[in-house]
Design a protein around this ligand. Structure first.
Ligand code: NAD
Ligand code: WQD
Length: 345
């Protein structure tokens, strides 16, 4: 490591080899921080760390350990830690229904174990990955941070609600010494424009965009649109899709907010503020790439909400963050990443 990087503020990035964590690691380097990746690769590959290193052009500290394992985490704290961004979690909604214990243990237990470690080591800033899933089927759109938190539709959603509550308590217990930013992401998609890093679904993807790009690449059958009889203008569900690089930038903004607002806890929605239907995503992909998306209409997927998109005005006001990239750019970058993945196979 260079002298320059040693002087940078070290930020522990749990889940740093994952989809959002890897893009955030790049954004941290570009903003002058020193990311310290903690990822045991249970849902990612070492190749992501290599991709980050190629983009930033140098070594990045990486610990291949469980972020809740105090003994294995000890070397992380051998040098001062300025803050932490906690991405590490299991995130497959369907799997959480089958294996709720796994989700409670890694997501809630893991967050409790990590938070205790951070407080023990005097780390003053924590950014936490929450989700718009905490809102369930919101009554009013766009959804703001003050919307009610409804009973969770899945064990995964429950773990995000529980982690938020846990962090409220940890924040209170620390009495001004532990600032927390709870970030509720809407639907992150896309990839780094270099195509060095992106989403790496292990197994068949559950999410729309990776499924779509794999269908276009011929790796899967046609995309099934889950329901076209919803009460929306074209009958398909509406979501707020944002570029993962825009989302990564929000984490840098959240850290800076914590530095300006020592010891506070706030919750922020992170989305574009615009909803797009499944049919609009398909059309935008074709507009961005010139390629048709093989697809067919299918039945509704159980657990899907009809429509949700963010009111991101609090993030714009307090974090000084807004999304910059269009839906077409998201899809163009997702496609470039898919092509790169295809070449490697
Ligand atoms: P991801 O699976 O790509 O990344 C998570 C990373 O954490 C993986 O690399 C995995 O190996 C690692 N990990 C998991 N448990 C670990 C542990 N105990 N110790 C060390 N490493 C561990 O997921 P992602 O899409 O980048 O999501 C990051 C976070 O954002 C998660 O908390 C997720 O719940 C949340 N989130 C994601 C989305 C989305 O659509 N991707 C939306 C809202 C919220
Ligand atoms: C988007 C839209 C589907 C696949 C999930 C989690 C949520 C959050 C983000 C973590 C929906 C439709 C999808 C397909 C389709 N993650 N679709 N055919 O469900 O909004 O949110 O990821 O916190 O908690 O639930 O995202 O990408 O799965 O679906 O028609 O093959 O695409 O019905 O309308 P979702 P998604």
């Amino acid at each position: 490591m260079t002298d320059r990087s040693q002087k940078r503020r070290r930020i522990v990035v749990t889940g740093g080899a994952g989809f959002i964590g890897s893009h955030t690691a790049v954004a941290l380097v570009e903003a002058g921080y020193e990311p310290v990746l903690v990822d045991d690769l249970r849902n990612s590959r070492e190749e992501a760390v290599a991709g980050i290193r190629r983009i930033v052009g140098r070594e990045i500290e990486w610990h291949c350990v469980d972020c809740g394992d105090a003994a294995a985490m000890a070397p992380v704290f051998n040098q001062p830690v300025h803050g932490a961004i906690h991405f590490a979690a299991d995130k497959a909604v369907g799997e959480s229904v089958e294996q709720p214990e796994k989700y409670v243990d890694n997501n809630i237990g893991g967050t409790a174990r990590l938070t205790a470690l951070l407080r023990q080591h005097g780390v003053r800033h924590l950014v936490f990955s929450s989700s718009c899933t905490v809102y369930g089927e919101a009554e009013f759109l766009p959804v703001s941070e003050s919307a009610p938190i409804l009973p969770a539709a899945s064990p995964y959603g429950f773990t995000k609600q529980a982690c938020e509550t846990l962090l409220h308590h940890a924040h209170q217990a620390a009495d001004g010494d532990f600032g927390v930013a709870l970030l509720r992401y809407f639907n992150p998609i896309g990839a780094h424009p270099s195509a060095e890093i992106g989403e790496l679904p292990l197994g068949p993807p559950a999410n729309l965009v990776p499924f779509l790009t794999q269908a276009v690449a011929g790796l899967r059958g046609p995309l099934t649109v889950f329901g076209d009889d919803y009460p929306t203008p074209d009958g398909t569900c509406i979501r707020d899709y944002l570029h993962v690089c825009d989302l990564a930038a929000a984490h840098v903004s959240a850290l800076r907010w914590l530095e300006r607002n020592e010891g506070r806890l706030e919750t922020f929605n992170l989305g574009t503020g615009r909803g797009a239907s499944v049919k609009e995503v398909i059309a935008a992909f074709t507009a961005a790439t010139g390629l048709d998306v093989p697809h067919r209409m299918g039945p509704r997927r159980s657990g899907d909400v009809t429509a949700i998109y963010a009111d991101p005005t609090k993030a714009a006001r307090e974090l000084e963050w807004v999304t910059k990239r269009s839906l077409e750019t998201c899809l163009e970058d997702a496609w470039r990443w898919q092509q790169r993945l295809g070449q490697k196979e």
